[in-house]
Design a protein around this ligand. Structure first.
Ligand code: ADP
Length: 495
């Protein structure tokens, strides 16, 4: 976990922005309408770049090319080994451009430069290499049917896939969706978030440099209700993978159902708890809850906006957690960036206000930081009840609710009391307790004495209304494959 004090070297030089057009069929092209939109730097609110805005006509063109590349192009027909070779080269190129890429995400998404270099980009590279390693190991299954037939399953790529990705981790999300789809032999249309299109366009350029054939990866920045909806309702997209809000997840499922019943996978955020038991290592509990809640300014789907502390260590821990929250820095050594845009900034501030009006006690933070950009101070509420909105809604900001519990059963019941089920943390030295609670938590990931226990090989995805389908792990490739059963007649077999 480190100590959470990853510094920003400061003085970020925004790199020259080279790619602002749509990437379709291996080329950067103008959009049909000529309309553009601005992407802004949340550290200042200033315009960073003006981007060609994809709409339905552009999506039609991108899907047409992806379809052509799937139906007639080399990618699905190559050996897995050959795909792996190109994917590995793609990963090498991402690694080679790490400085420029981390700077792009810092300026576009309000990340800290050091986090981009230490976490986001290396994780993306690792994910790409992991799936490159899987590309030539996609096995069907032999089936012993009956006397007259013998069967096996073939794993076919599902076809043209649409990726609709959010703004909080532009790089990681790009690779979490694209890498398994590439390994499977699919072709794809990627709709980055309108707030953060820059790195995705750079990745399109790197895909081309790596030798990914034309039409396999198409990147079409635009807005959700237009470009995003054109992906989810397209009759020629076979599968859509989405990470983002619950409301948009529902819209995507509806569009899929009303169009061609395409396959859908959804990762819809959470309201993840951390449960700290009396026997916890206090320093670790403090550091873990800080990182789990405030990393990436709380704009992280597994952020632990609910911290449950057992009564025996409650008072001591509250004091230390509040002290630690005051140490986050916004200056040239910043480890806390701004919220991604004005809309999110205002939304989080509205929730802070609501928390106060609902009767929670504000212990620290609750204010903006500085007079420029979209910075919010790490904020901690006490006396939060489970029925309050700040205990139920995903805030996507640096806001923690500290709550007390007495018994193990109470902790489990409270941890499970939201509609979400994405992740949970447990801090205890007692193995039996950790295992019992892990089994009782209705969430897709449980992290014991650590948080963000991500690994390319560990499947990640939600329970309940946090969605379905997995990113990471071998399971994620299944979303991009179809099993075909082939039966062969064996006339007159005695076996
Ligand atoms: P917000 O930006 O309000 O937080 P999300 O986080 O859910 O919304 O957005 C995640 C992604 O979903 C973005 O790429 C966004 O453009 C896209 N999106 C938004 N609305 C729709 C929609 N109706 N259909 C498809 N995609 C959408």
């Amino acid at each position: 976990l480190g100590n959470g004090r990853i510094g920003n070297p400061g003085g970020l030089v925004v790199p020259e922005i080279k790619f602002t057009k749509l990437f379709i069929n291996g080329r950067f092209v103008d959009n049909v309408s000529g309309q553009t939109f601005d992407t802004r730097d949340p550290r200042t609110g200033d315009v960073l770049a003006t981007i060609a805005e994809a709409d339905k006509d552009d999506l039609d063109l991108a899907v047409k090319n992806a379809r052509e590349a799937f139906d007639h192009g080399p990618w699905p027909r190559m050996s897995g080994y050959e795909r792996a070779r190109i994917m590995t080269k793609f990963a090498d190129l991402v690694e080679a451009f790490i400085e420029e890429l981390a700077a792009l995400d810092t300026a576009d998404a309000g990340k800290t430069l050091s986090m981009g270099k230490a976490v986001d980009i290396p994780a993306a590279v690792q994910i790409m290499r992991y799936y490159a390693g899987a590309a030539d190991k996609l096995h069907g299954q032999p089936l012993k049917m009956n006397q007259d037939t013998q069967g096996y399953t073939l794993k076919d790529p599902i076809g043209v896939v649409g990726h609709i990705i959010p703004w909080n981790y532009p790089t990681m999300m790009f690779f979490l969706k694209n890498a398994p789809a590439l390994a499977a032999g699919c072709t794809m249309v990627v709709k980055p978030a309108e707030q953060t299109p820059l790195s995705a366009l750079f990745y399109a350029h790197l895909a081309r440099m790596a030798g990914v054939p034309d039409g396999v990866v198409n990147v079409v920045p635009g807005f959700g209700p237009t470009a995003g909806a054109a992906v989810s309702s397209h009759m020629d997209v076979d599968s859509v993978s989405f990470t983002g809000s619950q409301e948009v997840g529902r819209a995507i499922m509806r569009a899929a159902a009303q169009s061609n019943l395409k396959n859908v996978s959804l990762e819809l955020g959470g309201k993840s708890p951390v449960i700290i038991f009396d026997d916890a290592d206090v320093d670790m509990a403090v550091s873990l809850s800080q990182l789990a809640c405030f990393t990436n300014k709380g704009e992280i789907c597994v952020a632990t906006s609910r911290v449950y502390v057992q009564e025996g260590i409650y008072d001591a821990l509250v004091k230390k957690i509040v002290e630690a929250a005051r140490e986050w820095r916004f200056d040239t050594k910043a480890n806390m960036g701004p919220q991604v845009d004005k809309k999110q900034f205002e939304r989080v501030l509205k929730y802070i206000d609501l928390g106060k009006r609902e009767g929670a006690t504000l212990l620290t933070g609750g204010k903006t930081n500085g007079d420029k950009g979209y910075y919010i101070q790490p904020t901690i509420f006490l006396d939060v009840r489970e029925d309050m909105n700040i205990a139920q809604d995903e805030l996507f900001g640096p806001v923690m609710a500290l709550m007390k519990f007495k018994t193990v059963d109470e902790a489990i019941q409270k941890a499970n009391c939201t509609k979400y089920g994405l992740a949970a943390g447990i801090v205890t030295k007692e193995l039996n307790l950790a295992n019992t609670v892990s089994r009782s938590i209705r969430a897709g990931a449980v992290w014991v004495n650590c948080y963000f226990g991500f690994d390319p090989d560990a499947p990640f995805g939600g329970y309940k209304m946090s969605g379905f389908g997995k990113d990471r792990g071998v399971l994620a490739i299944d979303q991009y494959l179809k099993a075909k059963t082939v039966n062969t007649a064996i006339p007159n077999s005695p076996w």
